[in-house]
Design a protein around this ligand. Structure first.
Ligand SMILES: [Zn+2]
Length: 82
């Protein structure tokens, strides 16, 4: 895990965001300031990748919105698997 990923995950735990399901693998993440970002997941080579449309995400920088949505995505995928 890279330092950047660790930082993003730590921030995801600190900042309380609301997550809404937007599509089969897409989520809307609303931060405490009320700004909404769209996070989309896709599978490549059996690994999950997340893309966010915020300023950092569009520069291919991992932002904290992706791990926030990933937690919800993992929960939903687990529910479907059982
Ligand atoms: Zn983002």
């Amino acid at each position: 895990m890279t330092k950047q990923m660790q930082n993003a995950i730590e921030k995801a735990k600190r900042v309380k965001c609301a997550v809404k399901l937007f599509g089969s693998r897409a989520y809307l993440v609303v931060n405490p300031k009320g700004r909404t970002y769209k996070v989309t997941f896709y599978m490549r080579d059996g690994q999950r990748f997340g893309y966010c449309n915020c300023a950092a995400g569009s520069r291919e920088v991992l932002c904290y919105h992706v791990p926030v949505a990933a937690l919800v995505d993992t929960g939903i995928q687990n529910m479907r698997a059982h």
